[in-house]
Design a protein around this ligand. Structure first.
Ligand code: ADP
Ligand code: ZN
Length: 739
């Protein structure tokens, strides 16, 4: 809790009982509501419960009320919640993030209050400590309990923990409590996180690493805002280096946040933190329990979670004294939230840090073009790690020209790739076959009539998943059994899978390499993050010869025995009209190739492609990254698209197809507010996926010059229209994907 000043009336942001205050609630209203400050008064930023109609809702005291309502009609704040008031800088962050993403404030507040029982007094649990009295008689079991308590000094344990550590039944502990030899106490359930020791167990950094670490440490010590791109090939020690920045942040007594893109990565990362700092950091992601969620939220606000590791929404935790935000694998597309509030955690990290005077480290082997360009322009500092740590060298990369290979239509592993895999297995090494397609086959087609089985609710083809024995829609998740007859012409037994997914590739591998131990890594094949983690550990320990994987494997895992990566279809990402197709393919291929040869043995990456002379494929193979980014940047500059121009995507969706097109047309016609800032409007057009979950989707695209006031123009433009009841409009600033 923030200490209450002795003389509350003198505090500029304190409201006395009965003062009119403006409260922002989490309810979807377009304005703040006036209430009377409760008995005892309240601070600006206080989390409060207020009456709204018959309900009680959560809100934050935002400032003085508007006073447009007659005082006697105002209701009073019900109570001030037992949580540290929202800090001024957090309120500013939410306001500016809302302005940037054109998100209503209540939705921003919901992001910032994603903790259960936020305002409840701390819940209690029973803990056990050493008592004063001697037990009447000392048994062996009893002495074990006493020994544990003595060994750990003032530490407190739950009943279960204590019994387990002593290796006795809980009855023994209870017996000692009766005697007064062990004390039973109530203690708050949400304990602070164990302290981290920045001085413990650092590795000895190489010259290049040490220079980068020193630069980051100096940044943190300055106490000012700055963003640094930390670019280094996979295995170059980026993590080791930014953990030194975390250490400096801990030394300064400020809090550090590391954002990771993938939950499966967290446990590997947590162990690493534990090895470095002697204890685990706080965790924040969708996989933690409600209790952990509440604990993390509260402790972040109390300044008692020094180091939080989390997914993108951790940016909205109420940190008390944030000094550093690391965005690891900053190019990862999962940082862009694609439903609800559409924000990019990387950009929001920079915003938040600039408000609270913190350092940002964007770490990647293959940065996003946005970040690369910001570093080029001198807005971000750039530090490079050019060499892999230790003996490891970057893998060689070569193309396999598929035009010269002869393969039957239901096989995907070329003879060249097959021989390469065979050689690695013979040498006791591992090979990874990469195919970014989940399931068995992307298309199921009727050989009698040509019908392709689609989703009933979406404009998407159903993907066969043999493992699940079902067809799955990758848009809405709808599944159905694989029909025996064609739903279109009724022909029996004529449905056939077309094209490969990882499951089908698995069949081919088993047929081609009958002796090999094969593992398929795809997010949908595992019931839990834990099962997936176990599989990854098994692979790292050498329990597979061939690994087949989707982009899940491209991310950060260490497989020491892996020396060969075969990309089944390097052309896959180059199809389509996406602005970022080239960038994505480049990043993904470099990342996947980076899985090979992480230890002493040199790695090789083979890319199966039908267009080896494609500029992107050539750039990937040559490894001339800077040349690739410069060329890509030049193309975008010519086209006036991000990061050299601004874009916003508008998606209208409704069950009523007529209504979406009508409104889309009207929006295109009445676009004066946009034209006034020189912006162009494209569309309306059916979105690339024209129907999802039964809703028809129409898209407009707005493009404006860099530096133009896009958000205010968009707000004015969108504000002109009344939306039919069931029509949803969402604005996506800097859209990442166009679907
Ligand atoms: P990146 O984050 O760039 O992929 P990591 O920091 O994960 O690289 O380093 C790759 C591996 O090399 C890790 O196992 C790491 O512990 C090890 N490593 C990196 N630098 C050093 C060092 N200076 N001393 C010891 N081990 C190191
Ligand atoms: Zn669907």
């Amino acid at each position: 809790m923030t200490p209450v000043p002795r003389n509350p009336e003198k505090h500029p942001s304190f409201f006395d009982e009965g003062d009119v205050v403006g409260v922002l609630t989490t309810q979807p209203l377009d304005r703040r509501l006036d209430y009377l400050a409760p008995e005892g008064g309240c601070f600006a930023g206080a989390f409060v419960e207020v009456p709204l109609g018959p309900r009680k809702v959560l809100g934050v005291v935002w400032g003085p009320g508007e006073g447009t309502f007659a005082r006697e009609k105002l209701r009073s704040v019900i109570r001030v919640l037992d949580a540290a008031p929202m800090r001024e800088e957090m309120r500013e962050f939410l306001l500016r993030a809302a302005d940037y993403t054109l998100t209503p404030m209540p939705a921003m507040l919901r992001l910032a209050t994603r903790s259960p029982e936020l305002g409840d007094p701390p819940s209690m649990r029973t803990i056990y400590r050493l008592g004063e009295a001697e037990p009447d008689r000392m048994t062996e079991a009893r002495s074990k309990v006493i020994a544990v308590l003595e060994e750990f000094g003032d530490a407190a344990f739950t009943l279960g923990e204590l019994a387990e550590m002593a290796g006795v039944s809980t009855g023994v502990v209870k017996g000692l409590v009766k005697q007064g030899a062990v004390r039973e106490e109530a203690s708050p359930r949400d304990l602070p996180y164990p302290p981290l020791d920045p001085g413990s167990a650092a590795v000895e950094l190489t010259g290049e690493q040490a220079a980068a670490a020193e630069a980051l440490r100096a940044g943190v010590a300055s106490g000012a805002y700055e963003t640094t791109l930390l670019k280094g090939v996979t295995g170059s020690g980026k993590t080791e280096v930014y953990l030194e920045a975390v250490a400096e942040c801990l030394r300064q007594g400020r809090q550090a946040l590391v954002l990771l893109p993938e939950i499966a990565l967290t446990s590997e990362f947590l162990s690493r933190v534990e090895a470095r700092f002697g204890a685990r950091p706080a965790e924040w992601h969708s996989g933690i329990t409600m209790t952990e969620r509440r604990r993390c939220w509260k402790m972040a606000g109390a300044g008692r979670a020094q180091f939080v590791v989390g997914a993108r929404s951790a940016l909205f935790l109420p940190f008390r004294e944030l000094g550093l935000i690391v965005v690891d694998e900053e190019h990862d597309t999962s940082y862009k939230q694609e439903d609800g509030v559409l924000y990019n955690a990387r950009d929001m990290a920079v915003l938040r840090a600039s408000i609270c005077g913190a350092q940002v480290v964007l770490a990647s082997a293959t940065p996003s073009l946005e970040t690369w360009a910001n570093a080029e322009a001198g807005k971000y500092r750039r530090l490079d790690l050019t060499a892999r740590f230790g003996e490891a060298v970057m893998p060689q990369m070569r193309a396999i020209d598929m035009r010269a290979e002869t393969l039957p239509a239901t096989r995907w592993i070329s003879e060249t790739l097959r021989r390469a895999v065979e050689a690695r297995i013979a040498a006791g090494e591992q090979a990874l076959l990469f195919l970014n397609r989940r399931g068995y086959a992307p298309v199921t087609i009727c050989r009698a009539c040509g019908h392709q089985i689609g989703c009933d609710h979406c404009d998407a083809r159903m993907v066969e998943h043999r493992f699940l024995k079902r067809l799955v829609c990758h848009q809405c998740g709808e599944t159905k059994p694989i029909p025996a007859t064609c739903p279109s012409c009724g022909a029996e037994g004529r449905l056939a899978p077309v094209g490969p997914g990882v499951e089908r590739l698995g069949e081919e591998v088993s047929a081609v390499f009958p002796e090999a131990r094969v593992k398929v890594l795809s997010s949908d094949l595992f019931g839990s993050a834990r099962a997936l983690k176990a599989e990854i550990e098994a692979i790292a320990a050498g329990e597979a010869d061939i690994v087949i994987g989707t982009q899940l494997v491209a991310k950060g895992h260490n497989f020491p025995l892996l020396t060969l990566v075969g990309v089944i279809d390097a052309d896959l990402g180059l199809q389509g009209s996406d602005l970022r197709a080239a960038e994505r393919t480049f990043q993904l291929m470099r990342q996947v190739a980076g899985r090979a040869g992480r230890r002493e043995k040199p790695g090789l990456a083979l890319l199966q492609t039908y267009q080896p002379e494609h500029p992107v494929i050539r750039a990937i193979l040559s490894g001339e990254e800077e040349a690739f980014w410069r060329a890509e940047a030049e193309e975008r500059r010519q086209a006036g698209v991000p990061p050299y121009g601004r874009m916003a995507g508008i998606i209208l969706s409704s069950p009523n197809v007529q209504e979406v097109f009508d409104l889309g047309g009207e929006m295109a016609r009445r676009s004066d507010p946009l034209r006034r800032i020189g912006a162009e409007v494209y569309g309306p057009a059916a979105a690339p996926i024209a129907r999802i979950r039964g809703r028809h989707r129409v898209r407009l695209l707005v493009r404006a010059a860099k530096g133009s006031p896009l958000q205010s123009a968009l707000a004015e433009w969108v504000g002109q229209f009344r939306l039919p009841a069931n029509l949803r409009l969402s604005v996506d600033i800097d859209p990442q994907s166009f679907y």
